[in-house]
Design a protein around this ligand. Structure first.
Ligand SMILES: C[S@@+](CC[C@H](N)C(=O)[O-])C[C@H]1O[C@@H](n2cnc3c(N)ncnc32)[C@H](O)[C@@H]1O
Length: 337
């Protein structure tokens, strides 16, 4: 039953996109701004935002899922800091969504692993390199070991587990070797360049370093298209991204939306300032209908762009679904019935 529901949502979303009446296919809910890490490239842990209590969080999930979204991601901050996380994930799942989480993995105790494994179809753990590199970038010692432990725990419960790696000048050289080592540990790997965009000079690896990484990633994509779970053109875009010349590919508010910790609907998961409305006060459908008139929408229009798998990658897959079929099939196979 759930498989058919998901298939219908994806197919309907695809058709609506093709006839230029898009509805969101991906929603992310940043359930908290709290984080137990101090990643050098991330600003979330510097925020201090309240968050919705369980009942209101469930209402906001219902609202956004009522748009017919097939892919629903829970992120943060660190989502595992919320004790009701499994309840929230199950609610999204009850709407027939494929439910994923992005986590640093460090707070997954064995006593909680079964509950989390049952609630999520896919878990993406952040890993930015081998131990010394990862712990340095995350700002806390022991992070790598705990993330690996979380991966093993979830895998033992049969959860589909992937890794998200942020490409920076501080890890780019070791990434081919690192990603090769991950192949025996996880089901898939995602990579994304360090933001913001355009990148400031200190965030830009040398052109030679970028070329070497791209050669490796494109070879990996050809040999194991499902393992490297980002579109081929997304990988190719790393070069113009780091040169500050990436095209703007954006369907914010159309193919993707986000809910922030206090229940506001955002057009884009990466732009906390692009508020479209309050899903606790108005229906998500109504908010989106009005979106073009809102100040928030104008802010997305003036954005210079980004190169994130959850937004740009989603747009690319929708533009060229046959080319990206292996990613879809691999994600599809990840569903638990
Ligand atoms: C903001 S975190 C929240 C989830 C969780 N705390 C974690 O570390 O996975 C979501 C993802 O965004 C990535 N990320 C954080 N800052 C980034 C940046 N400046 N550029 C690109 N990715 C970033 C993280 O590595 C992580 O994989």
């Amino acid at each position: 039953m759930k498989t058919e529901q998901l298939a219908t949502k994806i197919f309907t979303g695809f058709l609506k996109f093709k006839v230029r009446r898009p509805t969101p296919l991906f929603a992310s809910y940043n359930v908290t701004s709290r984080c137990n890490m101090k990643c050098s490239f991330c600003d979330w842990w510097k925020m201090n935002m309240p968050e919705l209590p369980t009942r209101k969080a469930l209402t906001s999930i219902d609202e956004v899922c009522s748009l017919g979204v097939p892919f629903f991601d829970l992120s943060g901050g660190e989502p595992l800091l919320r004790k009701d996380l499994a309840i929230l994930a199950k609610r999204a799942s009850s709407h027939g969504c494929l439910v994923s989480m992005n986590t640093n993995g460090t707070l997954l105790k064995s006593s909680r692993a079964s509950e989390i494994a049952n609630a999520f179809d896919v878990v993406v753990v952040s890993l930015d390199g081998p131990e010394e590199v990862h712990d340095k970038l995350r700002g806390v010692g022991g992070t790598y070991d705990k993330a690996i432990e979380a991966i093993k725990l979830l895998k033992a419960y049969g959860t589909r587990v992937g890794v998200n790696t942020v490409v920076t000048p501080w890890n780019i050289k070791i990434l081919p070797h690192f990603i090769e080592e991950l192949r025996s540990l996880v089901d898939f790997a995602q990579v994304q360049p360090v933001h913001p965009y355009p990148p400031p000079p200190q965030n830009r690896p040398s052109p030679e370093e970028v070329s070497r990484l791209l050669d490796y990633l494109l070879r990996l994509k050809r040999s194991s298209p499902g393992f490297l779970a980002v579109p081929t053109d997304f990988v190719r875009g790393f070069k113009p991204f780091f040169e500050g010349e990436a095209p703007k590919i954006c369907h914010a508010g159309e193919l993707y939306v986000a809910i922030d910790p206090i229940g506001r609907l955002l057009a884009c998961p990466a732009r906390a300032d692009v508020v479209l409305g309050d899903v606790l006060a108005h229906s998500a459908g109504e908010i989106l209908k009005e979106k073009r008139k809102s100040e928030g929408w104008l802010k997305v229009s003036s954005c210079e762009g980004c190169w994130l798998g959850c937004t740009v990658g989603m747009s690319m897959v929708l533009e060229n679904p046959l080319k990206e079929a292996p990613n879809f099939i691999s994600l599809w196979a990840s569903r638990k019935n």
